[in-house]
Design a protein around this ligand. Structure first.
Ligand SMILES: Cc1cc2nc3c(=O)[nH]c(=O)nc-3n(C[C@H](O)[C@H](O)[C@H](O)COP(=O)(O)OP(=O)(O)OC[C@H]3O[C@@H](n4cnc5c(N)ncnc54)[C@H](O)[C@@H]3O)c2cc1C
Length: 355
């Protein structure tokens, strides 16, 4: 993949022969918002459709009591090992920090055996991680259509020109577009790729991980200085003191407790109350005390991380129909893969549009 040029790619709108193409992106997570930003910076107009009220997808936040907490991924960080796609995620994170969209956080960390762990650079958002996706799409060329679930993507042919028609769950037309990008988790991409069985079959291969997450708020801060626990544990994946992230200034001490993927899968259909009790119990054992939370929220993520197709390209693109797909499940693991996939696709789309 020659995607390293994607930072400087721009749309040639001065050829006089072609009008600016219409582009729709489905999904306003990190992949969809990164792609929208790249295309908009290059001069494209983008319609971004998102089924939820806000942006962020799996970087979402939630209310707990009077406060806000990161309910999905806890932070962004880069892998020390070289990336398969050689795109500088690290540089991009530093740039977002320099522009004030991210803050560096080096939490006081222990493993679940209560041993100190080395510092690692992690980046957190302004009050919430999803503020980053908001800032990415804050662009005159991007129109966000939130609260709209796209139900189908259908190829159309008119005057020898192909386009793609989007409809919502009430079968209302949302518009026809020259290019449509599906930037959703694989299971949610499956119905949207019905017109392209080969792409649909690839999406069906991906196995998502579930993740039960409990957020607890305490009016009186817990006495421990520790801000993060992670490592080997039969139930817990990670316990994060969200209120200690830089710039939060919260009145409550907020803890985000994530369960491991295999435990979450075993409990996937259990009652929320039962799961909450089990996670509270594991938290009390870790804290060696039984603090009573003033607010709590338990959430089941059906899709958190997932297996990946690890495509060399990092994305799918059919130049005949104009349908493309990007996201973590195509390029590697987690948020870095989502970003890599979107950046690589932006380069291919812009190269194609400039021909
Ligand atoms: C609890 C949790 C912990 C995690 N921990 C880590 C971690 O430690 N490290 C790591 O690298 N990654 C982690 N991840 C994964 C990481 O958050 C994701 O890989 C990344 O954010 C995915 O971004 P995306 O844009 O590809 O997809 P998403 O964020 O899923 O965005 C897709 C968007 O599409 C929208 N959508 C879906 N279907 C439709 C439709 N039909 N119409 C309109 N909109 C639609 C969704 O609402 C969503 O907003 C975690 C995720 C969770 C939930």
């Amino acid at each position: 993949m020659s995607a390293s040029k994607s930072h400087s790619a721009s749309l040639n709108t001065t050829s006089g022969t072609s009008s600016v193409p219409s582009i729709a992106i489905i999904g306003a997570g990190l992949a969809g918002c990164t792609l929208a930003h790249q295309l908009a910076e290059a001069g494209c107009r983008v319609d971004l459709f998102e089924k939820s009220r806000g942006t962020g997808g799996r970087l979402a936040s939630c209310r707990v009591g009077e406060e806000t907490a990161d309910l999905g991924a806890n932070w962004l960080e880069w892998e020390a090992k070289p990336s398969a796609h050689h795109l500088p995620f690290q540089d991009w994170l530093s740039k977002q920090e320099a522009e004030g969209h991210l803050h560096l956080w080096q939490p006081i960390t222990q493993n679940f055996q209560r041993e100190a762990q080395p510092d690692r650079k992690r980046y957190v958002g302004n009050n919430r991680l999803s503020a980053l996706t908001r800032s990415l799409i804050n662009h005159n060329n991007i129109t966000l259509h939130s609260g709209i679930r796209v139900e189908s993507v259908k190829p159309r042919m008119s005057n020898g020109r192909s386009s793609l028609l989007l409809t919502d769950t009430a079968h209302h037309a949302l518009g026809t577009f020259d290019q449509v990008v599906v930037a959703t988790p694989a299971p949610q991409a499956v119905p949207l790729l019905k017109a392209e069985p080969a792409l649909q079959a690839l999406a069906q291969k991906v196995q998502p991980d579930a993740c039960w997450t409990l957020v607890l708020g305490f009016e009186t801060p817990l006495s421990t200085p520790i801000e993060l626990f992670e490592g080997e544990h039969p139930v817990l994946r990670r316990v994060v003191r969200d209120s200690r992230k830089p710039g939060r200034h919260l009145a409550e001490d907020i803890w985000v407790i994530q369960a491991k993927a295999d435990w979450s899968l075993q409990m996937v259909d259990d009652e929320k109350e039962h799961v909450q009790k089990a996670l509270e119990h594991a938290f009390h054992q870790l804290m060696q005390s039984q603090p009573v939370a003033d607010s709590a929220r338990c959430h089941r993520w059906l899709y958190s991380t997932c297996t990946s197709l690890n495509l060399d390209s990092g994305f799918l693109h059919d130049p005949q129909t104009g349908l493309s797909v990007c996201g973590d499940w195509l390029a590697g693991f987690g948020f870095e893969a989502s970003w890599q996939s979107a950046m690589a696709l932006s380069h291919t789309l812009l190269s194609g549009l400039n021909k």
